[in-house]
Ligand binder design. Sequence first.
Ligand code: ADP
Ligand code: ADP
Ligand code: ZN
Length: 216
Amino acid sequence: MRLILFGPPGCGKGTQAQLLCREFKTAHLSTGGMLREAVSNGTEIGLRAKEIMECGALVPDDVVVGIISERLDRPECGYGFILDGFPRTVVQAESLDKLLREKGLKIDRVVEIKVTDELLIERISGRFSCSNCGASYHDRFKQAKQGNVCDVCGGTGFTRREDDKETTVRERLNNYHAQTAPLLPYYHSKGLLAPVDGMANIEEVTAAIRRILDVL
Ligand code: ADP
Ligand code: ADP
Ligand code: ZN
């Protein structure tokens, strides 16, 4: 299974990708996650990306395409992959098509998770994640079952993202509408686009995505 989870920041891409990858053993390819790791390790890419990410802009296409190209060759993608947060521009989508052609691979579906901007801001401002395994939580919508203990790994440390402040979030939403949403007609014209209602609760969204995967 090779899937793109598509949608604005905070729509639930990461949450759904984590759940589906656990179930299907596919690789979770989150460019945001990879970039944050590069920043915290102080690598060359991290140094280039840090300030751009802090202000909510997009990292240059060649940087993210390079990261993804390298990941697609890893054995962890043997059962397929779920792309989360990539592609985000038409140039990235075209580069991805070229990469996949060269590797003899095809995307099965582009699942669009639809959520209104008002709810996205609420989703992002309450978001936090496990420092150990990255499992995502929300102050109101997805609390850990036992207070301060991660449901997935039992870890007790949690973090909030620097760029989840309201002003940065608005910038990221503007960038989504200007640079990323134009990919919707691109994938629609290829017959790959499958929308789901992202306003529903986490379990319902997972079920809707499973129904799309069932007919593949
Ligand atoms: P994205 O990866 O698209 O930026 P996340 O998966 O990180 O989004 O979700 C943003 C926040 O909203 C997280 O705190 C997550 O726990 C919460 N969340 C995700 N999906 C839902 C949902 N369907 N209903 C309520 N809260 C959700
Ligand atoms: P969210 O889903 O909440 O927007 P991500 O974790 O996907 O967050 O991305 C965080 C930041 O990393 C983005 O605001 C952007 O600066 C950078 N980034 C992630 N993926 C890409 C991409 N495909 N192209 C350019 N920049 C990216
Ligand atoms: Zn954890």
